[in-house]
Write a protein that binds this ligand. Sequence first.
Ligand SMILES: Nc1ncnc2c1ncn2[C@@H]1O[C@H](COP(=O)(O)OP(=O)(O)O)[C@@H](O)[C@H]1O
Ligand SMILES: [Mg+2]
Length: 396
Amino acid sequence: MTAPPAVPTEEDVRGAMRGVIDPELGDNLVDLGMVRGIEIGGPGKDPGAVTVTIALTIAGCPLRSQLQDDTKARVGSLPGVTSVDVQMGEMSGEEKRKVMERARWKARENALGTDIPPTARIAAIASGKGGVGKSSVTANLAAALARRGFTVGVLDADVAGFSIPRMLGLRGRKVEAKARHDDASRPHLYPVERQIGSGMVKVVSMGAIPGAEEDEAVMFRGLMLNRAVQHFLEDVRWGDLDYLLIDMPPGTSDVQMGLARMLPRAEMIVVTTPAQAAQKVATRAADMARRGHLRIVGVIENMAGFVCGHGESYPLFGEGGGGRLAKQVGVPLLGSVPLDAAVALGGDSGEPAALRDTGPAAEAFAAIADKLVAEAMPPVEMAGCTARMLEMVENS
Ligand SMILES: Nc1ncnc2c1ncn2[C@@H]1O[C@H](COP(=O)(O)OP(=O)(O)O)[C@@H](O)[C@H]1O
Ligand SMILES: [Mg+2]
């Protein structure tokens, strides 16, 4: 975040568009051939003004605004982009036939390489360094979203320092591994589940791998650490998911770049403490997301002012770092979670603070979850446009 950003290239825009998924066709708009044109700058225009033309399967498809918003958010977060104009057209009969062929081929080849449903919204919870509360934020957001009726997957990508099972009360539970015929060395894994209200959390973690702690995991040996995350992404059978939260390992490691490569549609939530030093590191994580073309949803400030019984707030770990980082990166501050013993207690007991009805942290997590659902990361809609298009193609 130092030199002024250069003018975006078509390649950059295409990279960002790979994160925009047509949930019904289950693939990104670039690979589906739905991106008809990309214009950058041009006569009389700002050099950072981008126009993207998208060909829809059905002109009036209700998914239109979802695709448009997603395109604006992702392309707009590229360095150097000053405005994004999204033009919508409709595919020709020939294009529709092609896109169906492509979608069918993909379904057959399972080329996405993951079982994460195309309708799931994926957020990697990251920060530059450990100890800022990434895992606590992940566990509490998962609980808060489940409490609102959503099915929330949690992928604990902190393979060496896993803490999600304990924080969500699933310590000691193990994923179910089922051998598969095509590759005996890599079984399918079924997450550990917990019902919360009318919703559900589904957890995959190194801590839930049979024998992993005892170092008896014959079938997982050699897949440890970096490969383990890839294994989780490729071989976990998630079933239904509205959200998938990924608890990232500390630091800007290759796991982050790997995630960007394997799951370009993932988005990122950056956690920071109010202190300047943590914020500097978080800036680096944000920088990383941009280079990998992951959209940053926003910043969550954690360990903000300690609220005493009288409602007065004491900024033990500094002040304003979350807001400063959000402003610097140009994304919203999703919320600020105060220091609250309920977070630490909940992390140990497995009953996250977010499941309480009152308390400073419970209220902060509730507000953040509401914000995610209402505006920052609304659940993906399906509109049945593909089915209608299919009918049209097949009857023509
Ligand atoms: N808002 C908070 N209030 C009080 N304690 C917190 C809060 N957030 C995190 N903690 C505690 O701080 C420690 C580190 O949090 P953790 O979520 O494990 O961080 P990270 O995953 O970033 O390493 C844990 O003991 C946790 O209980
Ligand atoms: Mg952690």
